[in-house]
Design a protein around this ligand. Structure first.
Ligand code: EPS
Length: 399
């Protein structure tokens, strides 16, 4: 079973990412991970921090001679900015009072600051924000990149694009380009429509000039996913639930919808569903759909159609035009602390959402097709395709 964990503070020494349960024999290079880390750093509206960092992983374990060996894959991403924070973030007792210099006492509405200090009995909201910072998503992207590499062995391609940024909404494309990211990554905001892309850039610039922030919506698409990941049999095995949870856990994401999502609530059943026809690929059991309003999931299981979900991100809560708050030490009304931040991170959130989708899909693939090694997993996958038909008869089986 694939599991992952991350550790690290935004201005600490670095971020640690560990993925367990990766089958042995998967070709894996640091470049596979770094490519995704670089995509996460990009996007119009990112702040000054991204000019300091140059995210890249170092493998600490689990990879040898360019292949996984079945043990936990541990990676570290060093924070370049740490050099400016060595005293403030030092683990040793703070005799000089260095940490005090960067104390955060005016919690930002919308961030974890206030609830965090109360819940964890801290004086300094920096103890909370250092971990609540979206910097942590770099480690998730590293874990997701390992899973993405595994999924690629089974023909799965995951991409995303920005469908709305602030009030600007891109027109719905008639068909999505393949591979999706090759097209989306050309845009400074990862939007497929050139006109909407320019309007989004302008909206970001206008928000920056007003010292404000913007949210938006991204769509994630996973193609080539085999039919039957997840299960209808129990609530916690339904894959739509697992995907929604994983994507909802991304900082600032406030909504997730699958396929037609909220829109399907307004239409009649006769136009909400995807009619079944013969003639799909072996991956879909030889069946296909006339449409994909279900977003590739029925009964909590993949149908073989592309898995499609959307995530809505609220505007970032670190504002250079701060909102009202209360000073933690004096109890007096105050303006919230203004930390350096992004105007928007919606394009980056798409890359993080791809990673979370990859983690969930890879976990389900390993659960269904097991395997301590990639060879074993592939054999089980092929055997499943061979018997995937009503009744489960194997192709060419003698009577
Ligand atoms: C981020 C790094 C952070 C922020 C941002 C995301 O770096 P710093 O705090 O040094 O500027 O830019 O975090 C937030 C938007 C937030 O609210 O925490 C990153 O690596 O993505």
């Amino acid at each position: 079973m694939i599991r992952f964990t991350t550790a690290g503070e935004s201005h600490g020494r670095g971020l640690v990412a560990v993925v367990e349960g990766v089958p042995a024999g998967l070709p894996l290079r640091a470049e596979d991970i770094d490519l995704q880390l670089t995509r996460r750093m990009a996007g119009h509206g990112r702040g000054a921090r991204m000019k300091i960092e140059s995210d890249a992983v170092e493998f600490l374990s689990g990879v040898r001679a360019g292949e996984t060996i079945g043990s936990p894959v541990a990676m570290v991403i060093w924070n370049r900015d740490w050099e400016n924070w060595t005293d403030v973030m030092a683990p040793e007792p703070d005799e000089e009072g260095a940490a005090r210099r960067r104390r955060v006492s005016r919690p930002r509405p919308g961030h974890a600051d206030l609830v965090g200090v109360l819940k964890y009995s801290r004086r300094d909201a920096r103890d909370i924000l250092e971990r609540a910072s979206a910097r942590e998503t770099a480690a998730r992207v590293a874990c997701g990149a390992v899973c993405r590499r595994l999924l690629a062995e089974f023909g799965v391609e995951i991409g995303s694009h920005v469908v709305a940024l602030g009030a600007v909404r891109a027109p719905e494309p008639s068909a999505l380009p393949v591979p999706l990211n090759d097209a989306a990554d050309q845009s400074p905001v990862r939007c497929l429509d050139p006109e909407a892309s320019q309007a989004m850039v302008d909206a970001v610039d206008a928000a920056a000039a007003d010292r404000d922030t913007l949210g938006g919506v991204v769509e994630v698409v996973a193609r080539g996913v085999v039919l039957g990941l997840g299960s209808h049999t129990s609530w916690d095995r339904r894959l739509d639930g697992s995907l929604a949870r994983a994507v909802m856990s991304i900082p600032a994401v406030k909504g997730v919808e699958i396929g037609a999502g909220f829109g399907s609530a307004a239409v009649r059943g006769s136009v909400a569903h995807d009619e079944i026809v013969e003639g799909g690929p072996p991956r879909s059991g030889g069946f296909a759909r006339r449409s994909n309003r279900a977003g590739g999931l029925e009964g909590g299981m993949t149908t073989g159609e592309p898995v499609v979900l959307r995530a809505a991100m609220k505007p970032l809560s670190t504002l250079r035009r701060p909102l009202d708050t209360v000073h933690l030490e004096t109890g007096e009304p105050a303006k919230a602390q203004s930390e350096r931040s992004d105007v928007t991170a919606v394009p980056a959130m798409g890359v993080v959402a791809e990673a979370m989708v990859a983690l969930v899909l890879a976990r389900e693939m390993c659960e269904k097709f097991g395997g301590d090694s990639l060879v074993e997993m592939r054999r089980n996958y092929d055997a499943y395709l061979a018997c995937m038909r009503p009744g489960g008869e194997e192709v060419g089986r003698s009577e």
